[in-house]
Design a binder for this molecule. Structure first.
Ligand SMILES: NC(=O)c1ccc[n+]([C@@H]2O[C@H](COP(=O)([O-])OP(=O)(O)OC[C@H]3O[C@@H](n4cnc5c(N)ncnc54)[C@H](O)[C@@H]3O)[C@@H](O)[C@H]2O)c1
Length: 320
């Protein structure tokens, strides 16, 4: 039996943001209702960066994402984050497909943050702050534009060229090059840097702001002053992963925050076990570490589309 092989270029034609948002929200609902299995990510550090192995089962798919984070790659003309997905039949274990998951990662990360914003941000949010204008920033904008009427994007990046490039890609949302403080005063703020020290100051965050803290996805990383978390309604994708590697990891290590201070998981919110935003003045934070159910849901969708099309390359990769 052949194994489908899907390249990065082919994935581009198979990914659509509205569909990704739908299947990722469904995956959080299913997983929270016990329909799935996801052990914590395994990290492998090397001097230049790190790798993560992310195994997962959801109805109809078992799989593994193997993904790296190498922050010096931009100067080499390579993405910081690259990924491969192995797609197995849960019935037999057969490897049905091997696909590039670099864009799956970017799409599902954008989609998950936008889903968090849907429940946690004010519905009248019209300005989007982008702090860190690299690869993940593009899909944050695409996903939020599906669910909100975006009037302006405030962009901050240490690299002016990177900020300019992002702004040129989205002229329809009146992008403006901003200071870190200006970007932080947006209705919805997405932090997307590999920072290991707090960038956002509590005094800049306006009442009613929702923050998607995306960049901190490994031990030692953080982007927000801990005092922001202390006052905010904090929602995580996965409590164990967030405590070990998310935005709350360093405040927990320093004794400034505990897991008991977490309000809910995103799954609790999408299933209605916990309410989303009630108070228009509240500050909310979604701590995103990235979970494999997001990848599995998107890969399952892509695999079904590619299989039905019947036009993609395949290989007799293993006996069968
Ligand atoms: N939570 C998740 O699911 C998830 C998924 C993918 C990536 N990530 C993380 O998100 C971060 C960004 O990933 P990416 O693929 O966009 O990387 P990238 O290298 O393409 O972009 C990062 C950008 O941040 C900018 N930057 C670095 N330090 C900064 C600072 N102090 N202030 C402002 N800008 C700064 C860089 O100039 C660069 O443009 C990484 O830390 C990555 O590990 C998280």
């Amino acid at each position: 039996m052949p194994t489908l092989i899907l390249s990065k270029n082919e994935m581009r034609g198979l990914l659509s943001m509205p569909e990704v948002i739908e299947v990722v929200e469904e995956a959080f609902r299913d997983w929270t209702q016990g329909k799935g299995n996801m052990p914590p990510k395994a990290y492998l550090s090397v001097d230049q960066g790190d790798f993560r192995a992310m195994p997962v089962y959801l109805p109809g798919v078992a799989g593994l994402k193997w993904v790296n984070v190498h922050t010096a790659n931009l100067s080499r003309g390579l993405p910081t984050v690259m990924a491969v997905w192995i797609h197995n039949d849960p019935e037999t274990g057969y490897p049905l497909a091997v696909m590039d998951a670099t864009d799956i990662t970017a799409y599902r990360t954008g989609a998950t943050a936008a889903i968090a914003s849907k429940y946690l941000a004010r519905q009248d949010s019209h300005t989007l702050g982008i702090i860190g204008a690299g690869r993940q920033a593009y899909t944050q904008i695409q996903a939020h534009a599906e669910l909100f009427e975006i009037h302006r994007i405030n962009v901050f990046d240490l690299s002016e060229t990177t900020a300019e490039k992002l702004m040129q890609s989205f002229p329809e949302y009146s992008p403006r090059k901003s200071t870190l403080e200006e970007a932080t005063t947006s209705d919805i703020v997405c932090t997307l840097t590999p920072s290991r020290e707090a960038l956002l100051k509590k005094e800049w965050v306006q009442p009613g702001t929702h923050i998607n803290a995306i960049g901190a996805d490994a031990e030692g990383k953080e982007e927000l002053e801990p005092s922001i978390l202390k006052e905010a309604m904090v929602v995580v994708d996965d409590i164990r992963q967030a405590a070990a590697a998310g935005e709350i990891n360093m405040p927990i290590t320093r004794g400034q925050f505990t897991v008991d201070n977490v309000y809910a998981t995103l799954g609790d919110i999408v299933t209605g076990k916990k309410q989303g935003r009630i108070d228009p003045e509240a500050i909310s934070v979604f701590d995103s570490t990235g979970v494999a159910i997001e990848d599995a849901a998107v890969a399952r969708l892509v695999y079904e589309k590619a299989r039905h099309a019947g036009t993609y390359q395949s290989l007799d990769l293993v006996d069968g």
